[in-house]
Design a protein around this ligand. Structure first.
Ligand code: GUN
Ligand code: ZN
Length: 440
């Protein structure tokens, strides 16, 4: 008779790569582990072991199910530290920078989420798209409608994904049918926290859209929620666009700078994630660093909206945690591979390099650290949740041809992230279960 414990164990054989730490802190060589012919052993949704096939194969019980992926690379699932699910239907909207883009495209689309059936339809499409792109965790904006977040969590729960999301708080400078009040925003957020925060793999983020669309009263109540629920997240936008920054200075004349508006209302901590931070001054960088707050670097969005070039190395030198975000729908791709490719170009434009192993770190373990979920996901340390992606290095004719001309892991990885996108994702696994397989 088969040992029932062994039969719930699964082993996956392929090349395997995962990050062990930040290359900038540890040095490149000590920042990753790579197994050319590797095995990842998984049981009950968790990583049991990872290593060379020659070491692990002899130790596996006959009952263990072994799946071999030829010419594939297994990495941890990608982690998107900033994305808007309600903007799935208006990605790639032409011609505007941030404030006009919000008024002309974003707000009209977000109004549609009053309809719960529409919200569910988009949530399903969105989660399918994440899986197709190998993204297993994300920090997600809803809309101002509490139902938009309720259906999002319902759909994420069905798939057992580790997700963080929140209802938008917005009580001014937006269309009337997209605003709440300080009191209703507080009460709706509280109800969602009580219902969803820490339910399975789900977590709640208090989500003021950005300083211009919240009164000081609303931001104070956001701070009150963080006091009442200390492990709840704070998720908002910061210093993305020059006109936005000028507007914040007008609306909050007593604040020293943009970040100071959030700081004044008690919104900075190691569970706070600020999207963009493209134009921060020294004082703002220092406060982010001192409070352990994180920035979501969103290169495709920053290029698409003409927002500016994120100074990644400067931020890291200040000790600020940085993760990668797609920021769909201002971002132009759900793919973290494409996001890494654009991040590289953003650094090139600043005369700096972004090593592919560093990019991989930021899209996996670094993202997990930015979101404080690294005790659960981000790499293949034994005991972590088995969220992983099986990548096809030969996904297109060009990738196959180009891979034949690579001479190192770094080369292969760089080609993968420069030429790859959802076509390179063969399978996505969440909590040890396959949630997506490419069909052709
Ligand atoms: N600032 C305020 N709202 C938004 C948004 O929806 N997208 C982006 N990129 N920036 C914002
Ligand atoms: Zn955004």
């Amino acid at each position: 008779m088969k040992d029932p414990k062994a039969s719930s164990t699964y082993a996956f054989r392929a090349a395997i790569l995962h990050s062990l730490g930040n290359p900038t802190e540890r040095g490149l060589e000590d920042s990753y582990a790579y197994f050319d012919d590797g095995i990842l052993v998984v049981a009950d949704g968790h990583v049991i072991r990872v290593g060379d096939a020659k070491d692990i194969l002899p130790t596996l019980d006959d009952a263990v199910s072994l799946t071999t992926f030829e010419n594939k690379l297994i990495t941890p699932g990608f982690i998107d530290t900033h994305i808007h699910y309600p903007q799935t239907g208006m990605i790639a909207a032409y011609g505007e920078q941030l404030l006009d883009w919000l008024n002309n495209y974003t707000f009209p689309e977000e109004k549609r989420f009053k309809d719960v059936d529409y919200a569910r339809k988009v949530a399903v499409q969105f989660l399918d798209e994440l899986a197709r792109n190998g993204t297993t965790s994300a920090l997600v904006f809803g809309t101002v409608h509490k139902e938009s977040v309720d259906v999002f969590f319902q759909e994420a729960e069905k798939r057992n994904l580790r997700m963080i999301a929140g209802k938008v708080l917005m009580d001014r400078n937006a269309p009337e049918d997209l605003t709440d009040t300080p009191e209703s925003g507080y009460a709706d957020s509280k109800a969602l926290i009580e219902k969803w925060h820490n339910k399975g793999r789900l977590h709640y983020a208090v989500t003021p859209r950005f300083a211009p669309t919240s009164t000081s009263e609303q931001l104070s109540l956001a701070g009150k929620l963080l006091q009442e629920y200390p492990d709840v997240y704070l998720h908002t936008h910061l210093s993305e666009n020059p006109s936005e920054i000028a507007w914040v200075n007008e609306l909050f004349p007593d604040s020293k700078n943009y970040l100071d508006v959030y700081d004044h209302h008690g919104l900075l901590s190691s569970r706070s994630i600020f999207a963009h931070g493209v134009h921060l001054c020294e004082g703002e960088c220092q406060r982010l660093s001192d409070t352990g707050s994180a920035i979501a670097f969103c290169p495709t969005s920053n290029l698409f909206l003409g927002s500016g070039l994120f100074p990644l190395n400067k931020m890291e030198a200040k000790g600020i945690k940085v993760g990668m975000g797609t920021d769909v729908g201002a971002g132009t791709s759900f793919s973290l591979l494409q996001t890494m490719s654009e991040a590289y170009k953003v650094m090139q434009l600043q005369g700096e390099k972004l090593h592919p192993l560093k990019s991989l770190y930021q899209a996996t373990l670094g993202g997990a650290k930015a979101l404080s979920i690294d005790e659960h996901v981000g790499n293949f340390e034994a005991g972590k949740e088995a969220d992983f992606v099986v990548l096809d290095l030969h996904a297109t004719q060009l990738m196959k041809f180009r891979m034949e001309h690579t001479h190192s892991l770094e080369d292969q990885l760089f080609v993968l992230m420069t030429l790859g996108d959802d076509r390179a994702v063969a399978h996505t696994y969440s909590y040890g279960h396959c949630v997506y397989s490419k069909t052709s």
